[in-house]
Design a protein around this ligand. Sequence first.
Ligand code: FCB
Length: 451
Amino acid sequence: MPETITFPQGFLWGAATSSYQIEGAWNKDGKGESIWDRFSHTPGKIVDGSTGDVACDHYHRWEEDLDLMQALGLQAYRFSIAWPRILPAGRGRVNQAGLDFYDRLVDGLLARDIRPFVTLYHWDLPQALQDEGGWPARSTAEAFAEYAHMVSARLGDRVKHWITHNEPWVAAFLGYGMGMHAPGIQDFQQAVMAAHHLLLSHGWAVPLIRGNSPGARVGITLSLNDVIPASPSPQDHAAARELDGFTNRWFLDPLYGRGYPADVVQWFGRVHGVQMDFVQEGDMDAIAAPTDFLGHNYYTRTVARGSGQGNLPPVVTTDDSEFTEMGWEVAPHSLFRMLNRLHFEYQIPSIYITENGAAFPDVVDEDGHVRDPRRLAYLKAHLRAAHEAIQCGVPLHGYFVWSLMDNFEWSFGYTRRFGIVYVDFATQRRILKESGAWYRELIARHGFALR
Ligand code: FCB
């Protein structure tokens, strides 16, 4: 008998997507333009020149997609709401057709016994707000609070799990610092201000959502990165600490009441000339609003080596590592480490893995099957690490695979497939991959065999 792993009762099995990556219908039924519409429509920004104009056409095919989720046995579905579908200009006038879409989606999920986990912001900011300064402007945080209030008032009777933001590090630093994501700005001062206003808007939204959604559980999702020094040398340790500060502590510390880490404030100032004078009285208290859970998106680890240059440390990986098509190292043990750290260092009461998955090149075989053993092995290894963390006492309460289906992978367009369901973008046909069939079985058994 192969050894099997069984998860605790009540552990929730889900899959995740986001609005811009799957919906399409970018200008339908009164939706406003988002920064991702603008960015993908700008030549040269997306590697394959594609856009999210159609994506998985989920806006029109949502019922079929819900049936697919039901067939998989999903117990929860994490999706995001496109802010410019609700408030086309970012604030003010409400587009009822947009709200109606999500209303139907939520009802459709509940009718299939699937719990909705709603993310309010997964990067598709209304372009109108970017035109007024975007996240570096405090007024965008105010607009987010209005939006969060509006959506939770409409859906809060049925949606009981809310995630304010997805990966503020990526939104702020890839969007405003390095320019790889919308709106494509390269200015660290703006990026640090964006990060602050993302966090602030989270803190403001938490009590508003609670007020509109009795019994709701509210949290935020972070992309956390286990940073390992390349060697025991003091330089490599210092580099790892810098990178850990920049990607992890910059968000965890303020959310859990410790304020911004002083070493990272100094580093931003020294290396990027960042001034922190935009932080106002009361902001740090607002950001530290108690939440019910933390969403953790986990994909890879980073190995850091000190350059002695005082800039972002160069990152190395070991030779015998396996990498996904994103170039990300497969490192399940780092998920175990990170979960334990969240538990011991920050005493987080409840954690969900809100994203985990891998891109590998998939092909449809002649017999119509998609065999993806590497993805399957990736999922298995990470779930094993998650299970080990639970056994060490980590309050991990659910797992969402990224992604339900292949979709628009940001600046990589359609060149990276993360789904457990294959999407033929020419015909919009969905094909369950081998990993998807395995996941369905896992859910049915609430566990899996190790071999
Ligand atoms: C995460 C994003 C998600 C997806 C995965 C691969 O950073 O939250 O939208 O692109 O990476």
